[in-house]
Design a protein around this ligand. Structure first.
Ligand code: 13P
Ligand code: SF4
Length: 307
């Protein structure tokens, strides 16, 4: 009898599919992926795929981005309900009004937003290129930044650049416990703290390094240090332990006291659902061509600025 993993590999071959996965996926999914990365690396990889099918193991806006960048491919996702609180915080109608209320501003949107919001934006950024993207805008040009107010505030402070900020946040990164961070820094005095810029300032103030998931992974790889306190979704720790078996990682708990902080949307994906998606070639990401072309522009602008 064929095991689930065997079925996955058979169907992947039969469908000529490539599996792209984010670091916040379960370890099992990360290990099965053809390409693993942060939001930027996944967008860059999606654009280059020449297989027939992209099975995107992440959340909806990531798969949507893959479809925008590589429209002739069939893009499937294990669970259509895998959304994102940040993307949901920017509904199209309100975002359009915000944009209209700031006619002399350029709009930079974090990639964690819908295709509708991308289509209303001038440039997209991710957590790994946000500084570069903001710095690419002339100093005299006013900026609106959406939807993550914490990443926005981090950039305002770090770059000394005023920006109008949308009031959105990530339900995972905004709920790390500051009290736990203080205790962990006391308990593990030799540990360096690495944090994602979607965290609020009350957490980032303790960080030795702030960066994207790939940035956090690379920092730990390059550092001579042996112990790290990690303030981002705990899925990344799977890859950190795998790449750095001699180092120790402590996950910052959330306000409810869970020992790690998981994204409930990312965690909707399972191997069973991946196999089902490959078998049925559903659910697929479909997009109106006019919308796709509008959303493509700011994404391409980002990719040009990220090389
Ligand atoms: P990065 O992939 O840019 O690190 O962003 C993390 C995230 O929250 C994705 O949803
Ligand atoms: Fe969205 Fe936060 Fe989950 Fe990333 S971790 S997908 S930003 S809710």
């Amino acid at each position: 009898m064929e095991t689930l993993q065997e079925k996955f590999f058979r169907l992947k071959k039969e469908r000529n599919a490539v599996v792209l996965a984010h670091y916040y996926q379960d370890g099992e999914i990360q290990d099965l992926a053809d390409f693993l990365g942060d939001s930027l690396a996944l967008a860059q990889a999606a654009k280059k795929v020449d297989a027939d099918v992209i099975l995107f193991c992440g959340v909806h806006f990531m798969a949507e981005t893959a479809k925008i960048l590589n429209p002739t491919k069939t893009v499937i996702i294990p669970d259509m309900n895998a959304g994102c609180s940040l993307a949901d915080s920017a509904p199209q109608a309100e975002f359009k009004k915000w944009r209209e209320d700031h006619p002399d501003h350029i709009v930079i949107s974090y990639i964690n937003c819908s295709a509708d919001v991308k289509a209303l934006s001038d440039i997209i950024c991710t957590s790994s290129n946000a500084e570069k993207i903001v710095n690419s805008v002339p100093l005299e040009q006013k900026i609106c930044f959406a939807p993550d107010k914490y990443l926005g505030s981090f950039l305002v402070k770090k770059l000394g650049r005023e920006m109008e900020l949308w009031n959105g946040s990530c339900q995972v990164h905004e709920t790390f416990s500051e009290i736990a961070v203080i205790k962990m820094q006391k308990d593990y005095p030799n540990a360096l703290m690495l944090a994602h810029p979607e965290c609020p300032e009350n957490i980032l103030q303790y960080a030795d390094y702030v960066g994207s998931t790939t940035g956090i992974l690379k920092f730990a790889e390059k550092s001579e240090n042996k112990e790290f306190i990690i303030a981002t979704e705990s899925g990344i720790i799977h890859q950190m332990k795998k790449n750095l078996p001699d180092k120790i990682f402590y996950s910052v708990p959330n306000l409810e006291g869970c020992s790690c902080n998981e994204c409930p949307h990312m965690k909707l994906n399972t191997l069973e659902k991946m196999v089902n998606a490959l078998e049925t070639l559903t659910p697929t990401i479909e997009m109106d061509e006019e919308l796709r072309l509008k959303a493509l522009k700011p994404l391409e602008r980002m990719l040009e600025l990220s090389d």
